[in-house]
Unconditional design. Structure first.
Lengths: 274, 320
């Protein structure tokens, strides 16, 4: 019993300073955003006076509401789109029997790991020839098609945990495959859907490379590319810059804290099945 | 319910056996539904995943500025890569950064998970959340944050060093060839640690506690228990963490692009940033080199495929 207590104390002793170190950039971000601009060069490390003026600056000078709304819109459509594609195909791969099922599945799997860094050139050219460059529609198509296979993979893992008897009983009772899917299966896969939603929300909200490449029209941009340009414009106005960062992080932290459990559960499932 | 099931089982089994070749109505509707359900996903996949992969492989064998049609040049782009000092440096930096961050992330992930696992569980929840938050903010946010910390004039790091009287250690961290790569490693580890810790933590929780009790009975000390129970039990988890680390390293782009843009003087150039500047970086007003850039796409894809194969290999060995 005593050795256990020593172990716990030791672990705390090591972890707490480490946590402070890990949290430091965020603490610093908040402190800087609440500082007065003229104290960033030589003021005390912890400011004596706090002000919210930087948030006002960030909010108005880059039209924050517009880009925030763009991010919300793009993320929502992507999440819903991915969810539709992934639940349908994940269910088919898990529970329906059709020729070439495994071949098609392996084909989808082998390309799962291809990063957008490597595909950005052909994707850009493809959107250009489709006339979808510089439009949110083009970006949405790329987001949904790029994410659907992984989400399908997650959903398939969830569907596989459901017993076959359930579906077969419904078939005998005369339900069409679509009815079975909607009435019997979907209500049972809430946890799986929650996992896909939070994963997709985080990855879409945070995506930078593709958005920054295919959208040049400033008004259509989501937050991440705007934060990047903000860095160039406000290279010395740190309070406004960090205020912008803080505002962009708020939804992510809220969603994470509220859906932490599903997130961790989904990660485990993804990790185990991988 | 039970009767329905058993009655149904009989129907289904006999249907499956007798009429498979002709396709019973049940099976046919399943087949149609199967294709209808995967159809949309598969169409998108063909158009925006598989086609781009093949197209970039083709482009890598051409010379193309984006106008007119690509000129076929065989493997010229690849041999050019071998003689391009920036390309060689980018490849080496990619491999070194990937190797170092993966090693650190795997080691630290295991250590923090073990510590979180022994700590009081309420404290553990808080610690897990704190360690994980850096992983859920975007790479742009973390890159900008750390750029502010590393800033030579008014950066936090230099100010803190000055405040505790270590002015001699103050440094232009991102502008010096020697420190820029370690600085990037710190940012990557900061962002990726929580994920690895959490996966290791789940792995630790799934180890049967009886194993430890039995080992303790046999007189094994903590270190021996760790070596002979904990580490072997976590083999599959480790395989996953290592291969994800490799994948993330090979595709690295955002953090470096935002923090240094590949500089100073290509000092932190990786495959991703170099291919991006070749294809889209019109800063010098030069013609985009889509063919040459595509060759780097292909190299990146090959490396990522190798990482996946490595994981399969590690997992298979763990099964034995």
């Amino acid at each position: 019993m005593r050795t256990k207590w020593i172990g716990k104390s030791f672990a705390t002793f090591v972890l707490l300073p480490f946590c402070l170190l890990m949290a430091f950039p965020f603490v610093w971000m908040l402190l800087t955003s609440l500082r007065e601009q003229n104290t960033i060069f030589n003021g005390p490390i912890i400011p004596r006076k706090f002000t919210g003026v930087a948030y006002k600056n960030a909010w108005t000078s880059i039209d924050f509401p517009l880009h925030f709304w763009n991010s919300v819109w793009i993320t929502s459509v992507t999440v819903i789109g991915v969810l539709i594609f992934a639940t349908l195909s994940g269910y088919a791969f898990a529970k329906l029997d059709f020729p070439f099922r495994n071949t098609l599945f392996v084909l989808l799997l082998t390309t799962l790991m291809m990063p957008s860094t490597a595909l950005i050139i052909p994707l850009y050219l493809e959107l250009k020839s489709l006339g979808l460059l510089d439009s949110q529609a083009g970006l949405l198509v790329l987001y949904i098609s790029g994410s659907a296979p992984f989400a399908m993979f997650l959903m398939r893992a969830f569907f596989q945990t459901l017993p076959d008897e359930l579906i077969e009983a419904a078939r005998v009772d005369g339900g069409s495959e679509l009815t079975i899917f909607r009435r019997v299966i979907l209500p049972l896969t809430r946890p799986g859907i929650a996992t896909v939603v939070i994963f997709q929300f985080l990855s879409t909200w945070n995506e930078f490379l593709i958005a920054n490449t295919v959208l040049r029209n400033t008004d259509a941009l989501p937050l991440q590319p705007v934060l990047f340009t903000l860095m160039g414009q406000y290279s010395t106005n740190w309070p406004a810059l960090t205020a912008g960062l803080t505002l962009s992080v708020v939804p992510v932290v809220i969603v994470y804290v509220r859906m932490q459990r599903q997130f961790v559960a989904g990660m485990m499932l993804g990790a185990v099945k991988n | 319910m039970a009767t329905t099931l058993s009655r149904h089982d009989v129907v289904r089994r006999s249907a499956g056996r007798t009429s498979y070749r002709f396709g019973s109505p049940l099976r046919r509707s399943q087949r149609i539904a199967g294709y209808v359900f995967i159809g949309p996903t598969f169409a998108l996949f063909l158009a925006f995943v598989l086609w781009p992969i093949l197209y970039t492989a083709y482009l890598s064998l051409t010379s193309w500025g984006g106008f007119g049609s690509p000129r076929f040049v065989h493997f010229d782009n690849y041999s050019r890569m071998l003689h391009d000092p920036v390309a060689r440096r980018a490849l080496i930096v990619t491999l070194v950064l990937t190797g170092v961050t993966t090693a650190i992330l795997t080691f630290l992930g295991l250590v923090t998970a073990v510590l979180v696992n022994v700590i009081w569980s309420k404290v553990g929840v808080v610690v897990r959340t704190i360690l994980f938050i850096p992983g859920i903010v975007s790479f742009v946010v973390s890159a900008v944050l750390w750029k502010l910390i590393y800033d030579p004039n008014i950066g936090t790091l230099n100010r803190l060093l000055g405040a505790i009287g270590l002015d001699s250690l103050q440094h232009p961290w991102l502008a010096d060839h020697k420190t820029v790569l370690p600085a990037i490693v710190v940012v990557t580890v900061w962002g990726g640690l929580g994920f690895n810790m959490l996966i290791y933590f789940a792995g630790l929780q799934s180890i049967d506690p009886n194993l430890y009790e039995a080992a303790a009975m046999d007189g094994a000390n903590t270190v021996q228990q760790f070596r002979h129970i904990t580490v072997p039990s976590l083999r599959i988890v480790t395989g996953l963490i290592v291969s994800l680390g490799l994948l993330n390293g090979f595709k690295a782009f955002d953090v470096i692009f935002v923090m240094t843009g590949g500089g100073p003087n290509h000092g932190s150039e990786v495959l991703g940033t170099y291919l991006y500047s070749l294809a889209f970086g019109s800063t010098s007003g030069s013609i985009p080199q889509l063919g040459y850039a595509s060759a780097f796409s292909v190299v990146t894809m090959v490396l990522c495929t190798l990482a996946v194969i490595a994981q399969l290999w590690l997992t298979r060995r763990a099964d034995r």
